[in-house]
Design a protein around this ligand. Structure first.
Ligand code: MN
Ligand code: MN
Length: 481
């Protein structure tokens, strides 16, 4: 209670201690941090150029894990060996989700330190019968994946990535459009000269989902009939290169994504323009932060790189499945002499997690949607801590508790992490969701904590290099806490 005599006359701490000041991190970082920022962001830019699907992310993650002494969980199970502190294991879930586990010194039932991001990104998936011929062109019919603004995906070069599995089980990897010599694909748009009716539509209706059809080829096969000769020629080329038929496209996962490399952005090279920062930037930082732990951590550290977040995390390789619990049951079994469900439950309940997903940055082009009064994250202001997401009164949000946030403040400040808070836009403007609430079901503390992005879900998104480094640094400190 404030008494009538309390008028701020008592001795007060200095102004700097009373006020919270969050500044552009470049003003305060040390010289040695510049080198580290360059090293981490160069590595990330190469990763992002290489990794355009969750399958590619899993493959690259497994390759890097092996280099860092990680062993396949299945091999450990088969060997009959027990796990001990310092051991490093990876669990590859059907080639689409990856868990990396560094066994800590403390008993497993005391809980885990988890940092979890996702490696799927919005894109255009091919339909099961994608190839058709129309108007003198062979075309690919698509069904978009994740929340996209459709008008952004026309008239840009697209690359085709994915896998085709034949009836005999052989999988063929497809990757067309990334090499400078490769052809690319594209979706056409109306010329402005004939675009009068289109221009009068709402932005959302100008380009429709069924309108996202990709130009694939235009030369007819000399032996084909007049209606399918161009489609036939396209199929012949696919067969020549990959040995696949039209029926094989039924058992395939093929996606069109923006073609080309991630690039440095800005005259000062302080940012990266790339496809799929959401959420490969947090996933990458979480993975590198785990690999760079030098000593055996106290608590077992776990990095989750999951699939399917952009479509609600359902499906066998999404976080709504039991994949995490299944893997942790194996780890508990390999770490304890007498496995019990109770130990597993205690392990999960006592765990702490950072849900490593991107958040929206304040965009000077659209200030009207930002959360006011310093509640919107800003470029170069560091790792973004997001207490709650959701929409319409925090609905669907994990909303982390005060005590947990206080712990994180100490961890980040002690490690010299530059960090900020951020909401996804102003109240009732919209909202979003992450995997946070799924892990919170185990009664563990979870909070959203990731890198800020401009143009989220656009073909080319923007992140700041200092923010990537601070995510890396923050995650690394958290694993060791
Ligand atoms: Mn995301
Ligand atoms: Mn997203």
């Amino acid at each position: 209670m404030i008494s009538p005599r309390d008028r701020g006359t008592k001795r007060q701490p200095s102004k700097d201690r009373l006020l919270l000041t969050v500044e552009n991190g470049w003003k305060s970082i040390k010289k040695r941090d510049h080198k580290k920022i360059d090293e981490i962001s160069d590595d990330y830019r190469r990763f992002l150029t290489l990794v355009k699907t969750e399958r590619a992310a899993t493959n690259e993650g497994v390759a890097r894990a092996k280099e860092h002494g990680y062993t396949d969980l299945q091999d450990v199970i088969n060997s009959g060996n027990r796990l001990k502190p310092g051991d490093r294991i990876y669990a590859n879930i059907k080639g689409k989700t990856l868990l990396l586990i560094h066994i800590g010194k403390d008993p497993i039932e005391q809980g885990l330190r988890i940092v979890g991001g996702h490696t799927d990104s919005p894109r255009l998936d091919l339909k099961p019968r994608p190839l058709y011929e129309d108007g003198g062109l062979s075309m690919l019919d698509t069904h978009y994946y994740g929340g996209i603004k459709k008008y952004q995906w026309v008239t840009i070069p697209l690359a085709l990535h994915g896998v085709v599995t034949k009836k005999d089980g052989e999988s063929v990897q497809i990757n067309i459009g990334e090499d400078a010599d490769d052809p690319v694909f594209t979706i056409t748009d109306l010329l402005p000269h004939l675009g009068k009716d289109q221009a009068e539509k709402k932005l959302n209706d100008g380009i429709t989902g069924e309108g996202l059809n990709v130009v694939f080829g235009s030369i007819p096969d000399s032996g084909g009939d007049s209606k399918t000769a161009i489609k036939l020629n396209s199929l012949k080329l696919l067969h020549d290169k990959y040995g696949i038929n039209e029926s094989d496209l039924i058992s395939a996962e093929l996606s069109l994504v923006p073609a080309g490399a991630a690039r440095d952005l800005g005259i000062d090279r302080s940012m990266i323009l790339g496809y799929g920062h959401d959420d490969r930037v947090s996933a990458f930082s979480a993975m590198r932060a785990l690999f760079d732990i030098k000593r055996t951590p106290d608590k077992t550290a776990v990095c989750i790189l999951t699939d399917k977040e952009e479509i609600g995390s359902v499906g066998a390789t999404g976080m709504y499945s039991f994949l995490f619990e299944n893997v942790m049951a194996e780890i508990v079994n390999l770490s304890t002499s007498d496995y019990s469900d109770l130990i597993l439950r205690r392990c999960l309940k006592n765990s702490k997690m950072l849900s490593a997903d991107v958040n929206a940055l304040h965009d000077p082009n659209y200030p009207e949607v930002s959360s006011p009064n310093d509640n919107m994250a800003k470029m170069n202001h560091g790792l973004v801590v997001t207490k709650y997401v959701g929409s319409r009164g925090k609905a669907g949000s994990n909303d982390a508790r005060a005590e947990y946030i206080a712990e994180l403040r100490t961890i980040f400040d002690d490690a010299g992490v530059i960090w900020q808070t951020g909401e996804i836009g102003k109240v009732d403007q919209g909202g979003g969701g992450t995997i946070a609430f799924m892990l919170a079901r185990y009664e563990m503390d979870v909070i959203d904590c990731g890198v800020g992005v401009l143009s989220m879900h656009a073909p080319w998104e923007v992140v700041g290099k200092l923010d990537i480094y601070m995510a890396y640094k923050g995650y690394n400190a958290f694993y060791r806490s």
